[in-house]
Design a protein around this ligand. Structure first.
Ligand code: SF4
Length: 420
């Protein structure tokens, strides 16, 4: 979808002003034909208050949600009590990563509290304009590793296929903020480049794994996504396709029956979900994740560690437990990349290590992610683990368990199991 053709809806505070026209005119009977998507009482109250002209069918239509995204200072001010800092930061924005929040996702946010975690990740503040030492617009060096526009080939057996520059919501810490949200994007991310990417993959038989990302591939239409997955599936040496997406958390009504039926045709297909905070695990997201899991799609979650948002053991325990309950395996806790303006979000490395320490032993192993840094400059992911080896005493290795107690493992001379 062209970003330039996604107007703000006109939310109305308290429903007191004259409702303006909805972003789309519905043909008669269209609402009845749409498959219903469940909506929580909180979301229904939010819709009635801020989008009084939207019907329940509009609200549960993912295309309406995309068209109705909150994208301007006026749109934000009609829903949120903005701080001076937020107001000035949005007013100052002229280029770069746009503002974009689906009405559904806004309904999960704190309307009066600028410190509320989901809101902090999506409404800019002045610190976004600060460039600290070590920060850059392309910290992972994806541009030099792009073999054709929109295709990053870094690891020997896999590629990152940037299928679109569009997302349903824009995260202020986005690693690809240099290219997402613009028509075509800096890298020319668009369907125009897909054919070149297919040809590159077909010509490199060592590529067994394709991660389709962006932007967010689930903002593409079913037909386009079906075509993309079908073309990848037709390449004999591609064994494994993954979709990287945040859509089930921020636009859960996108997970329609038609979508899951189409995705099932492209198995083995996995999905990497970008989850930030337990507040995202609302009933609508639970329904979306259930539909995906029931379609046989293994679900994994990546979480970016963010200061003041999810950087405590308690928050991460709640998130990881909640994901596992919904059949999503938390597999990466990622140190925030040093993207320009990310100083407000980045934490010391010790914070991530302490969180992993606080998860291991307290949660089932499936719920404990790997903590990793994507090495700046294109080095790839490097896993960091808390040190549980407390030392050695004689023939014993000293191990520190999750309660901090020391246990001994017999390991004479460090040669346990050696035959001679
Ligand atoms: S959903 Fe992903 S690609 Fe889109 S803005 Fe957020 S982090 Fe960036």
């Amino acid at each position: 979808m062209d970003e330039t053709h996604a107007p703000d809806a006109k939310p109305l505070r308290n429903g007191t002003a004259q409702p303006r026209a909805l972003p789309s005119a519905r043909p008669p009977g269209a609402a009845r034909r749409r498959a219903a998507f469940p909506s929580s009482p909180e979301a229904r109250a939010f819709r009635r208050r801020f989008f009084p002209e939207a019907s329940a069918a509009d609200w549960s239509d993912w295309r309406w949600q995309l068209r109705a995204r909150i994208r301007s200072l006026d749109g934000l001010a009609q829903v949120f009590s903005l701080s001076e800092d937020e107001r000035a930061a949005v007013a100052r924005r002229q280029s770069g990563l746009p503002v974009g929040i689906t009405p559904y996702y806004a309904s999960l946010m704190g309307l009066d509290d600028p410190a509320e975690p989901l809101r902090r990740t999506h409404i800019p503040v002045g610190q976004e304009y600060l460039r600290l030492p070590g920060e850059s617009d392309d910290p992972l060096g994806e541009t030099p590793d792009s073999k054709v526009p929109g295709l990053v080939h870094r690891y020997p057996d896999r590629v990152l296929f940037l299928a679109t520059g569009t997302c349903s919501t824009y995260c202020r810490y986005c690693t690809r903020s240099r290219m997402v949200g613009q028509p075509g994007g800096e890298e020319g991310i668009s369907t125009r480049n897909w054919e070149r990417a297919f040809a590159y993959i077909a010509a490199h038989p060592q590529i067994r794994d394709v991660l389709v990302s962006g932007g967010d591939p689930l903002t593409l239409s079913d037909d386009k996504l079906d075509y993309l997955l079908g073309r990848l599936r037709a390449i004999p040496h591609v064994e494994f396709i993954r979709i990287g997406t945040k859509v089930p958390l921020v636009l859960p009504m996108r997970i329609t029956g038609a979508l899951t039926r189409m995705l099932r045709r492209h198995h083995p297909l996995w999905m990497s979900l970008h989850c930030t905070h337990p507040a995202e695990l609302a009933p609508e997201a639970t329904e979306a994740l259930t539909r995906l899991a029931d379609a046989g799609i293994p679900l994994g979650a990546q979480t970016v560690l963010l200061r003041g948002i999810n950087d405590t053991v308690e928050t991460m325990r709640t998130l990881c437990r909640g994901l596992l309950k919904r059949r999503v395996r938390p597999y990466y806790l990622l140190q925030c990349d040093p993207i320009t303006g990310s100083g407000q979000f980045r934490t010391p490395i010790e914070t991530g290590l302490a969180i992993i320490d606080g998860l291991r032993g307290h949660l089932t192993g499936y719920a404990v992610p790997h903590f990793a840094i994507d090495a700046p400059g294109g080095g790839g992911k490097v896993a960091l683990v808390p040190d549980h080896v407390a030392g050695r005493e004689g023939d014993d290795l000293l191990l520190r368990n999750f309660e901090g107690r020391i246990y001994r493992y017999p390991d004479p001379g460090g040669r346990t199991g050696a035959r001679d």
